[in-house]
Design a protein around this ligand. Sequence first.
Ligand SMILES: [Zn+2]
Ligand SMILES: [Zn+2]
Length: 258
Amino acid sequence: MHDLHSHSNYSDGQFLSRMVRAAERAGLDGIGFTDHCNVSSLTSAKDARAMFGFNLDQTYERRRHAINHLRAESEIEIYDAVEMDYDTRDEAGIRAFLSEADFDYTIGSVHYVMETNVQVASAFEDNSLDERKNIVDRYFDQLVALIDSELFDIAAHVDLLERTPPLRGLATETHYRRVANAFANSRTVPEINVGRTLSDEIIHPRSTFFEILREYNVPFTIGSDSHRPNDVTARADVLKDVLSEYDIDPVLPCNQEK
Ligand SMILES: [Zn+2]
Ligand SMILES: [Zn+2]
């Protein structure tokens, strides 16, 4: 059981040491720190990372120093990884940064569509159905481009839109098959993300999408998307249940060829 998606105080989570202790208590074999990182030159992205204080591109060496200390005193694997915002316009910058930083593995995420965070329901509440369907189309365009870019080991929470009531249920089987086909032809692997399973009963990817990905023999990694120590312990049990219920043998991207 390697939980490959978690956050620390190097983005919007809690102290690294407390997260590691929680992973030990949860009986995990490993935990990966995938703090948020954004290297976009778009004005909206610069504003967002200044607002949230997401500076891993500036602080990853400091975090690496801390991770090395924690490794020396822990029995479990601790991975030095990243969750990067992806936008087709930022590919060159992302590629240059990832090559410089040389993380153990990388997660790519589409959090923004047309400069708007797709997790913020209020941003879409006044939109017409056609406008919301357009957002969904654009989201899947970005996700397929992320997979085709071969920049990342893992694609995060591939049906993130399901978290957002105005966008929920608008994705179609055609979207899902496009994504599954892209995964089948890429080194990038989707994750099973249980970040919203206890609060909203959402497992990413939800059932139809999940079954289609399985039909294309796509492997999965697993991640809790934890931000607090209690998340790590509570969600470890959820991950175990999901793996046994669906009979999944998760993969470790760190062992795959870079
Ligand atoms: Zn994310
Ligand atoms: Zn995350």
